[in-house]
Design a protein around this ligand. Structure first.
Ligand code: CA
Length: 224
């Protein structure tokens, strides 16, 4: 799951990034409205956290722009202004929730999870089955042939990403930017190593393999 934070208070931004990363999310940060607009419209996020008072483009305007471009990710607004009119305006424009500063990180995390749950109920099944592989995306439980498989957080994110692109070839650089905040050129081995680990857990010992290498390009998850 990938989250964008647009927050001009650098300290708060990095605090949120650290907390959400520890909670298992991939997090991008933007420090002003323009950078935030660029990322929101060019990358794919599962959730966007927007501060209202931002340089260049404010958070309320950003909500409008993001929704006009049909980006459907849930939006959580943050603001020191606990004015009812801002809250109403934000929600009317297309934001999904609102949190007034200062807030506890625990509350932010609860809201983030709640928004993602709501979204996953709308557009995603809570469970995916391919052959004898069964993945509960909400409970994060994976099993194959009825046997439970323990995955690390990153392995689960990688599997989730491959499943969301089932039957399509995904490049290493797409995996790198979607599952990790890393640059493809320097970290190619990281991807291959993580795929190898995931394969050992998902495919090793089973006759039909699910994760396949597409030479020179990347990987594909499909039942063959
Ligand atoms: Ca601000």
């Amino acid at each position: 799951m990938k989250i964008l934070i647009v927050e001009d208070e650098v300290k708060l931004g990095s605090y949120l990034k650290q907390g959400l990363t520890e909670a298992g999310f991939v997090v991008d940060c933007a420090a002003d409205g323009l950078d935030g607009e660029h990322l929101a419209l060019t990358e794919k996020y599962d959730l966007i956290i927007l501060d209202i008072m931002l340089p260049f483009i404010d958070g309320l305007k950003l909500v409008q722009i993001i929704r006009e471009k049909n980006v459907a990710a849930p939006i959580l607004l943050l603001s020191a202004l606990d004015k009812t009119q801002d809250k109403v305006k934000g929600l009317e424009t297309g934001a999904d929730d609102y949190l007034a500063k200062p807030f506890d990180f625990a509350e932010l995390l609860a809201r983030v999870r709640s928004l993602l749950r709501r979204k996953s109920k709308e557009i995603k099944p809570s469970r995916i089955e391919i052959g004898d592989l069964s993945v509960n995306l909400i409970k994060r439980v994976v099993s194959r042939g009825g046997k439970k498989i323990d995955l690390t957080n990153k392995e689960f994110l990688l599997l989730e990403f491959l499943l969301s692109n089932e039957g399509e070839v995904v490049t290493r650089s797409l995996i790198a930017s979607s599952v990790w905040d890393i640059n493809f050129d320097s970290d190619r081995n990281v991807i291959d190593t993580m795929i190898k680990r995931l394969r050992n857990k998902i495919d090793s010992g089973f006759e039909s393999k699910l994760i396949h290498t597409v030479r020179g390009i990347g990987y594909i998850l499909e039942l063959r």
